[in-house]
Design a protein around this ligand. Structure first.
Ligand code: MN
Length: 240
């Protein structure tokens, strides 16, 4: 196991110093990988209406953080790939070296999925407005139908995976499911929003009650952030 500087910051320098002792100096000399764990864009208890602070902290720091570390580890020694943006890596998985393709799929997918997931929360729920609201009415018949459709997808994810809304260049929306940490970019589609249905996302508070988590999750969405992603998709600037 390797400890990057970010890992140590994440774990708390004191704790790591106690655990590693003289290894610290060596770890600090290691080059940083191309990808970094983005800080949560709000306090860990900002989504308390749906997700408790402890779950947010563990999920962000260790699940997402671990994927970033593993992604960087997979890219070590692959100089050219390390310079590629994440969305390009995921869209061109089939071209990636076979020896690291699965690592890129799981950890690169996980990095993209979680980065999106943090960004679209931190809000107060409600409903979208403007162009996104119009697109939802056009493609699903209305917000309540859209929500029903998405909830069905969320509840239907068997095992670990995600429910996503994809958005195409013309603003067309679709609800899809993906297993594990797969991301629709792997099929050439871009993500507007998505929910993490891995048990680690909700188990501390909800245990087996996924429906309750899925219901509460709508109350912490930030539709201004999702609306910005929608505008970016139409402008061709949405990445992960
Ligand atoms: Mn997760």
């Amino acid at each position: 196991m390797t400890f990057s500087r970010r890992t140590m910051v994440g774990l708390g320098a004191g704790l790591v110093a106690a655990a590693l002792g003289p290894a610290l100096r060596v770890a600090r000399a290691q080059p940083a990988g191309p990808f970094t764990l983005p800080p949560l864009p709000y306090a860990p208890d900002a989504n308390e209406a749906a997700i408790d602070a402890r779950t947010m902290e563990i999920h962000h720091r260790f699940h997402h953080g671990g994927q970033v570390n593993n992604l960087n580890a997979a890219l070590a020694g692959h100089g050219q790939l390390a310079a590629m943006p994440l969305d390009q890596i995921l869209m061109r998985l089939a071209e990636m070296p076979e020896t690291i393709r699965t690592a890129l799929r799981n950890n690169g997918g996980g990095h993209a999925n979680h980065t999106m997931f943090w960004v679209i929360m931190g809000g107060r729920g409600g409903e979208p407005s403007g162009e996104l609201a119009a697109a939802i009415t056009r493609d699903f018949g209305g917000f309540s139908q859209f929500r029903e459709r998405f909830d069905r997808a969320s509840m239907g994810v068997f095992g670990s995976g995600w429910a996503f809304v994809t958005v195409n260049r013309h603003g067309g929306l679709a609800v899809v499911q993906r297993p594990n940490q797969d991301n629709p970019l792997m099929d050439g589609e871009r993500v507007l929003m998505g929910n993490d249905l891995w048990e680690h996302a909700y188990y501390l508070r909800y245990q087996n009650r996924r429906a309750e988590y899925v219901r509460n999750w709508w109350n912490v969405l930030d539709w201004s952030k999702i609306g910005a992603r929608y505008a970016a998709a139409k402008a061709g600037t949405l990445t992960i």
